[in-house]
Design a protein around this ligand. Structure first.
Ligand code: IPE
Ligand code: IPE
Ligand code: MG
Length: 243
């Protein structure tokens, strides 16, 4: 078991994961990409338990980006179908395990039945205290920042906000993540070393760990290795290390 405090005694509170590599995992096995997504969803179930046992209170997972609509309609349809399936079938189990589920991303782009299942899930799991899981669905950091800027501009136009008083905290309150701490650690599986429009504002000082393992094979050991790597990092936030 790895420790959850870093060497300064600060907690690792929030892990965010870019769950990448499903399609390539499937292709390497001569399976359709959809099989990779199915296996990836099973990986999520496995990893929730590991995160709880590591006493990490916040987990955010990138499930579908605002750019993923560019994929073939058949693949997008399958991904939305998987979302419907898991939102409908796992609610009671998540309630039983004390897992609170929330969502970030642009809801206006999603089908009304998916939106209904998302609201049901949020309502049913609202009292969970073991872990807060945030699913990024139709999420893009640039889109999120533009939506926040638009809301703030409207507040200014309505006379409810004086532009010169706006600061970072005030801006962050208009982001989808207003109720969450910033991620301490962002993990990307699947071998690519980029953020792909994930948590650009919130991840400004996150430690980044890139792993070659495709998401369907991501294990508890991989999570522990990433957490250990996080503890080895020296987080300076622009200052100098004093000890
Ligand atoms: C991540 O796996 C899942 C989503 C983006 C929805 P990919 O589907 O991107 O898998 P690769 O990167 O093509 O292997
Ligand atoms: C990022 O992966 C989005 C998710 C994991 C949901 P992509 O596979 O869409 O990213 P790119 O296309 O490699 O940048
Ligand atoms: Mg990918």
């Amino acid at each position: 078991m790895v420790a959850v405090c870093d060497h300064d005694g600060r907690l690792l509170r929030h892990v965010a994961i870019i769950m990448d590599g499903n399609g390539r995992w499937a292709s390497q096995r001569s399976l359709p990409r959809e099989e990779g997504h199915r296996a990836g969803a099973e990986s999520v179930r496995r990893i929730l338990q590991a995160v709880i046992e590591l006493s990490i209170p916040y987990l955010t997972i990138f499930a579908f980006s605002s750019e993923n609509w560019r994929r073939p309609g058949r693949e997008v349809g399958h991904l939305m179908g998987l979302m419907r399936y898991h939102l409908s079938n796992e609610r009671d189990e998540l309630v039983g395990r004390g897992i609170r589920v929330g969502f970030i991303g642009d809801r206006s782009g999603l089908d009304s039945d998916v939106l209904g299942l998302m609201s049901d899930m949020e309502r049913a799991t609202a009292d969970g205290t073991a872990l807060t899981v945030t699913v990024a669905l139709n999420y893009g950091a640039r889109d999120e920042i533009v939506r926040a800027a638009r809301a703030l501009a409207m507040d200014c136009a309505a006379g409810d906000l004086e532009p010169s008083t706006l600061d970072e905290e005030g801006f962050a309150r208009h982001l989808d993540t207003s109720a969450l701490p910033d991620p301490d650690l962002i993990i990307r599986t699947g071998g690519e070393q980029r953020l792909s429009n994930f948590l650009a504002w919130q991840g400004a000082y996150a430690e980044l760990v890139f792993l070659d393992v495709p998401w369907p094979e991501f294990s508890r050991d991989d999570l522990e290795a990433a957490v250990s790597e996080f503890h080895r990092r020296d987080r300076r936030y622009g200052a100098v290390t004093t000890s």
